[in-house]
Design a binder for this molecule. Structure first.
Ligand code: AMP
Length: 287
């Protein structure tokens, strides 16, 4: 590790490991697959990747050991250090939820007053209920939170949920969501000046990958007279590109659209006269 290289801390195991390495590769960073080693060096950018425990990343960035880090919003909320979020990365999505046994009568946060809540997120839970004036007792646990009610340790839990199947398997039911979480890129509050340009580069390129993943490039041919109907269906990032074709009165229309809208757009585009419609992935998008 040399001092003039930027340091990015990433998870070395767990749920965020694979999607994080995929993001770095999709961004075009070339590095050896050394996720078992502590450090790997990017070959094409002055950047060292520190492979560390997910739970340690906020602290390492806060202490200045790393300039940037990838972690979950939930871990950021739980830490003492306040770090600026430079990018939301769109994976590792989960919710921090309060839950009680299925036969419990509580259906709101207020009805949890006076309960013991087991959680591996004590600071976030304390803050959430404190801000609402609801008095709960926190039972801090580092894992297996969902079994606490059955063991008689607590009357409810606050835990991370993505599909909800762990709650169901443990005879629990959600009462509400305290926090929505996803993977985020965090930075040091004040990055050393000489490294700022590289920090901005990393933010721009990772941001371009995340933005590209959410969108598709749509190409189609259409008779020129269908153009206004087609334009009305395509909101796009900006106005679509319209390119004349060799055959009379035919044009090619290209546009960038939200991935989530493609499904809804295809039938009306076809009905409006578009043909040869291609939906193409976008590797990177810099707005
Ligand atoms: P790990 O414990 O190392 O597998 O990573 C846990 C991190 O992954 C959490 O802190 C969250 O940011 C994220 N995550 C995403 N979905 C879930 C989930 N269903 N349960 C726990 N963590 C999740």
């Amino acid at each position: 590790m040399t001092p003039d290289r930027l340091r990015l801390a990433v998870p070395n195991k767990g749920r965020l490991l694979e999607p994080t390495l995929r993001l770095l590769r999709d961004a075009g960073l070339e590095f050896e697959d050394q996720s078992r080693a502590l450090v790997s060096h990017a070959e094409n950018v002055p950047l060292d990747i520190l492979h560390v425990r997910t739970e340690d990343i906020v602290e390492l960035v806060g202490d200045g050991v790393a300039d940037l880090g990838i972690t979950g919003t939930n871990l950021l909320a739980e830490a003492d250090v306040q770090l600026p979020v430079r990018l939301e990365l769109g994976y590792g999505r989960c919710r921090l939820e309060a839950a009680v046994p299925v036969d419990d009568e509580a259906v709101s946060f207020e009805q949890l007053a006076g309960r013991r809540l087991a959680t591996s997120h004590p600071a976030t839970t304390r803050r959430f209920f404190g801000e609402r004036g609801i008095d709960v007792a926190i039972v801090p646990l580092s894992g297996s939170v969902e079994v606490a009610p059955r063991l008689g340790l607590a009357e409810g839990i606050v835990d991370l949920v993505s599909t909800g199947s762990t709650l169901i398997m443990n005879g629990l039911r959600s009462v509400g969501c305290l926090l929505e979480s996803q993977a985020v890129l965090v930075g040091r509050p004040s990055a050393v000046a000489r490294r700022d340009a590289t920090v901005d580069e990393v933010v721009t390129v990772l941001g371009a990958v995340v933005a590209g993943r959410r969108r598709k490039y749509l190409m189609m041919n259409a008779p020129r007279r269908a153009l206004s109907a087609i334009e009305a269906i395509l909101p796009g990032l900006a106005s679509p590109s319209v390119i004349p074709l060799a055959h009379d009165d035919m044009v090619a229309v290209h546009a960038v659209v939200e991935d989530a809208d493609v499904w809804r757009m295809l039938p009306p585009l076809r009905a409006a006269g578009a043909s040869g419609i291609l939906v193409v992935p976008i590797e990177k998008l810099v707005p």
